[in-house]
Design a protein around this ligand. Structure first.
Ligand code: ADP
Ligand code: MG
Ligand code: MG
Length: 945
């Protein structure tokens, strides 16, 4: 059992099975059916007919004009590839001949017939689109005879020779493996000697000359003449398409994009009657989207060329025109194209990307597939297609990838600008930002206040830089990973961050950063892209985030569908306001220590830590109380009437002290200063002594060492304290509820601040739904103890304010033991909230920083773990613990409210899992909220089907 579980974890992307498997044996008599005419094939069966083939069948059967043809199945491909000598499976050639005869009948033309030659294209197409992977052969069926017929029939020798030379080259390349260069070289030579600047200037004679040279190339390379028999051509072409499935390009492509045999196995071959867009000015060819893929606007969007073949549009030899221009040039056909667009959309219920060709005033559709669009176009089309009745609301919600919504919520670099970055780092917090480089937090605040946009550039950041974060548009560090302080804090604030840009040397003292030959001085403008990790000199154009009306609408629909509520991890009133803008339905995690870090509080916090006695500590706490109370009051005001979960102090308190090294440094520095001051003192005394009363005035305070002595003494005391508080393993040390147990006055102060803030709000008529959450709990006794203190404070506050308070009391679940004791914990708690960041560390016994920096990448690469468990919730291990804790907790207390507030709470796949085990809410950073809202709706919709 355990073993099989591990197995599952290890194999997300099984290496695509490149040994093709033959189809199951034929069922009884006769060879199986290897091909389907477009009039009969199942348009839903992309695995069998390929995406292109299935859609050609589908379109034919709903009455769209498609050039007649048939699809040879992917099964035939697999059978061919599995054969020792790569031979076509039994019966395929006969069936192909029959199908060709049927085509002849339908079109009134003959394959190889001199007077009315039937020409076909041979196109590959697998279940998944693999763009440009395999080439299409056009005009198959041409030889000297049929060419003569074609020319006679069209009275257009130039057209005929052009078709012929295209065919020889494509066939030569795809079916005979002759490189394009051989052909292109001769083509250019003839073009030059004909004095033609562009292909269009070539005359029929020139093209005839080219075709002749091409035929010689084929004879030379293959040692045989070009095959003239159309059926020989067709057989070779089919085999070539099949072979291409195992060609280097295709195999690499599948590996690169993780396309497994389960997704696409073998390619189908489409044999289709040729239609010509290059037979005159009543002919054209083009590609179009049923809606604008850049904006999602409901307009026909695309390009076309009059008198051209399909490949000309892509080849860029002529500049195509916007399809809208057809309206004046070919009004009737434009109307037909509009009708085609509507028909495609109403049938597929999806934006289509299609190819068309107009032959002598007749419109044919050659291909259609779902259109690829950017995130904002996906959102807009979802909303509008539902409003037009083309798709259900569920479909509107499920067709948008939640992860893509994040693109819409941050400023992005414009995709059409092409600037070389001066350096790269880790994409640590998404979005782009531009501003003047500054090298310390104080300077950031100074310039920020003066209205400058600044980017804080540091080697790495520390908690005491926090004010610099607030003042900056973005953060750039040269050290540290995606979980470094800079990355975590920036993500929490929704500010772009590039971390660990190791190629950039940051010299804080010189106030400059050096990247290769580029030197950035303070005040120089730089742009960082936290989405890609790139760093640029100067300002790079951006697109501002767009929380469009359509996105709002889509998310409203999502909220109506979803069962899971979505809350925010938000620590300050500003965070809370932003969270509401993104649609937060409450705060799932409000960390009180973030409030401690502001520069006006840190000295008081320091006093609290330095206190030798409980009284001293209470004195410091009494100064913190009004500050915290005001913070909470504001947060409650902003969030009212939504729930707010406040976590009591969690991190080890030494985190609020400066680092030992820094203290030692400062003390040394001050020591030297004291020497200097002493020297000046002696000097002043000497001068005084020598000059008597007439001498210069004594330097006074400046030469008094007492001030310096006091500062040194304080620093030394802090250093001593820092050394006592130092822990071998702080993350498993004196933190969370353990602090609350040893210094109950700290928790009591925080609880009092929360309760008094609540009472004040009630007085103001503001509805408050406060939840007090205790971190790091491993046993119910801890919870009971804190709860008892809580009740004591509550009684006092209720008496003092003359109100009765309705406060919920609960615990974070982030210790393995807490999961296992969930039943008993539930007795003592109104709610649980999984802190999956710590719980993941505890479940794996991985410390996150060490894991991510040292061995996780290797684990992922070797498939030992398939994901980074700190980003993707580990459903098999951690998830099991969570499910048990929910089950046991609710056994003791049915209706126990359970949420998640780790980073996973904003990750769609993890949200789906949380939905499945019956959580009530997920909580995530503000910018992930829209992602989570959509993911929550999708989880519900998925669970219904
Ligand atoms: P891809 O999968 O690379 O798009 P296609 O099979 O769609 O390749 O074919 C490439 C080009 O050949 C297209 O531009 C298409 O217009 C043209 N083409 C394919 N079949 C025909 C046909 N039966 N008649 C006219 N043009 C065709
Ligand atoms: Mg195509
Ligand atoms: Mg924690």
């Amino acid at each position: 059992m355990e073993g099989s579980t591990e197995q599952e974890t290890a194999s997300r992307t099984p290496i695509p099975l490149e040994e093709p498997r033959p189809p199951r044996s034929t069922n009884g008599g006769g060879p199986r059916k290897w091909l389907y005419a477009y009039t009969e094939g199942d348009g839903k069966d992309k695995r069998l007919l390929g995406g292109k083939g299935a859609n050609l069948c589908e379109m034919t059967q709903i009455g769209i004009e498609v050039p007649p043809g048939f699809s040879i199945t992917t099964e035939a491909c697999l059978a061919y590839l599995a054969h020792a000598d790569r031979a076509l499976p039994e019966g395929l050639l006969e069936q192909t001949r029959d199908a060709m005869r049927a085509l002849e009948e339908r079109t009134g033309k003959g394959f190889g017939d001199r007077t009315e030659p039937l020409l076909v294209s041979v196109r590959s197409g697998a279940a998944m689109s693999m763009p440009g992977m395999m080439d299409t052969i056009l005009n198959l069926g041409l030889n000297r005879d049929t060419l003569a017929g074609l020319i006679e029939h069209t009275s257009d020798p130039r057209f005929g020779w052009d078709a012929y030379r295209r065919f020889i080259q494509l066939f030569g390349k795809v079916a005979l493996g002759i490189s394009d260069e051989r052909f292109d070289d001769q083509f250019e030579r003839v073009k030059r000697s004909a004095g033609a600047a562009v292909d269009l200037e070539l005359e029929a004679d020139d093209l005839e000359e080219i075709a002749g040279r091409f035929l010689s190339i084929v004879r030379e390379v293959t040692g045989r003449p070009f095959p003239d028999d159309p059926y020989v051509q067709l057989e070779l072409a089919i085999k070539a398409v099949f072979d291409s499935w195992m060609g280097r390009r295709a195999v690499d492509y599948r590996r690169e994009f993780g396309i497994t045999p389960g997704m696409a196995n073998g390619t189908a071959v489409n044999v289709q009657t040729m239609v010509f867009g290059n037979l005159g000015d009543d002919c054209a060819t083009g590609v179009a989207f049923t809606r604008d893929p850049a904006t999602g606007e409901n307009v026909l969007f695309g390009e076309y060329l009059v008198n051209a073949q399909g490949e000309d549009v892509v080849a860029g030899t002529r500049t195509p025109k916007p399809v809208g221009e057809m309206e004046s040039g070919m009004p009737d056909l434009y109307a037909e194209l509009e009708a085609l667009r509507r028909k495609l959309e109403s049938h597929y219920g999806e934006v289509q990307d299609f190819e068309f060709t107009i032959e002598k005033g007749r419109l044919y559709c050659l291909q259609t597939r779902n259109g690829k669009m950017n995130a904002s176009a996906m959102v807009r089309t979802s909303v509008e297609m539902h409003q037009q009745g083309l798709i259900t609301r569920e479909r509107a919600l499920t067709r948008v990838n939640p992860e893509h919504l994040e693109q819409l919520l941050y400023p992005q670099l414009r995709s059409d600008v092409d600037v070389e970055p001066i350096g790269r780092g880790l994409p640590a917090s998404p979005g782009a930002a531009c501003g003047e480089a500054v090298f310390d937090a104080d300077r950031a605040v100074e310039l920020g206040r003066a209205g400058h946009d600044v980017i804080l550039v540091r080697e790495e950041t520390k908690p005491e830089d926090i004010h610099g974060f607030f003042a900056s548009r973005g953060i750039l560090t040269s050290r540290g990973g995606k979980t470094s302080h800079a990355a975590v804090v920036a993500r929490g604030m929704g500010k772009p961050c590039v971390a660990g840009a190791e190629g950039i040397r940051v010299d804080v003292r010189a106030r400059q950063a050096v990247a290769g030959d580029t030197v950035i001085e303070e005040g120089d403008v730089i742009t960082i892209d936290g989405t890609s990790g790139s760093i640029f000199r100067g300002s790079v154009p951006m697109v501002e985030p767009d929380f469009s009306a359509e996105l709002r609408r889509l998310l409203e629909w999502a909220d109506e569908e979803a069962r899971l509520k979505v809350r925010a991890n938000a620590d300050t009133p500003d965070d809370a306001r932003r969270a509401i803008e993104y649609g937060a339905m409450g705060i799932g995690l409000c960390r009180t220590e973030r409030m401690f870090n502001a520069s006006d509080r840190l000295p008081i916090v320091l006093d609290m830590i330095m206190a030798e006695t409980t009284e001293e500590r209470e004195e410091a706490l009494s100064r913190l109380l009004p500050i915290q109370r005001e913070d909470f009051r504001q947060v409650f005001h902003v969030m009212s009437p939504r729930p707010v979960t406040i976590r009591l102090l969690d991190p080890p308190i030494h985190e609020f002290l400066p680092e030992e090294i820094q203290l030692e440094d400062e003390i040394r520095h001050l020591g030297r200063l004291r020497e200097t001051v002493r020297g000046m003192e002696v000097m002043a005394e000497t001068v005084e002594l020598l000059a008597g009363d007439a001498g210069p005035a004594p330097a006074g305070a400046l030469t008094d060492t007492r001030g310096v002595d006091a500062v040194i003494a304080r620093k030394e005391a802090i250093l001593r304290r820092a050394r006592t508080l130092k822990e071998v393993n702080p993350m498993l040390g004196h933190r969370g509820v353990r602090l609350g147990m040893t210094y109950p006055e700290i928790y009591k102060m925080q609880v009092r601040a929360i309760l008094e803030a609540t009472a004040l709000c009630i007085r103001d008529g503001v509805e408050v739904h406060a939840q007090i959450m205790v971190p790091q709990v491993c046993t119910a006794e801890e919870l009971d103890a804190v709860h008892a203190d809580c009740r004591e404070v509550q009684d006092e506050v209720e008496a003092a304010f003359g109100v009765s308070l309705d406060i919920e009391f609960g615990t974070m679940i982030e210790v393995v033991r807490a999961c296992l004791r969930a039943e008993r914990l539930a007795d003592a708690a109104d709610f649980f909230s999984f802190g999956t960041n710590d719980l993941t560390q505890a479940t794996f016994s991985f410390s996150r920083e060490d894991a991510e920096n040292k061995f996780l990448p290797l684990y992922n690469e070797r498939g030992i773990l398939r994901d980074n468990p700190f980003e993707v919730l580990d459903q098999l291990g951690l998830g099991r613990l969570m499910a048990l804790a929910v089950e046991w907790g609710r056994k003791a207390k049915p209706g126990l409210q359970v949420g998640i507030c780790g980073e996973h709470g904003g990750h769609p796949q993890s949200i789906d899992f949380c939905h499945g085990i019956g959580l009530d809410y997920v909580s995530c950073s503000a910018p992930r909220i829209p992602v989570a809202r959509l993911a929550a709706a999708q989880a519900e919709i998925r669970s219904r089907t």
